[in-house]
Design a protein around this ligand. Structure first.
Ligand SMILES: [Zn+2]
Length: 103
């Protein structure tokens, strides 16, 4: 195994650990301040995309693509359902995400 490969592996491992840590913070929004959650979601986004380890399955569809905030319905985003399409609006930047239930 080359040295480069080992380094890459441990970096990804550290990224995974950081991801798990941030995930725990984001799973308990009521325990943390809004600013802290904002920072944590941005970091989680950065780690997951930079190291190509992917976003946690549970959060995948809940990130605002514009400001990288994790969206909590009723907390920092509004949810509206119209003709089987769910509109998730980010209160931070006003970005709307559409999720189609018909598939
Ligand atoms: Zn946003």
């Amino acid at each position: 195994m080359s040295r480069k490969k080992t380094l890459k592996k441990s970096r990804q491992h550290r990224a995974k650990l950081a991801q798990e840590y941030l995930q725990k913070i984001l799973e308990e929004p009521q325990k943390n301040s809004e600013d802290f959650l904002k920072t944590a979601s941005k970091q989680l986004w950065n780690i997951s995309t930079r190291h190509r380890i992917g976003l946690p399955e549970t959060f995948k569809n809940r990130f605002c693509r514009k400001c990288k905030n994790l969206l909590y319905p009723g907390l920092n985003s509004r949810v509206r359902i119209r003709s089987k399409v769910r509109y998730l609006t980010c209160n931070e930047c006003g970005m709307t995400k559409r999720t189609n239930f018909r598939s």
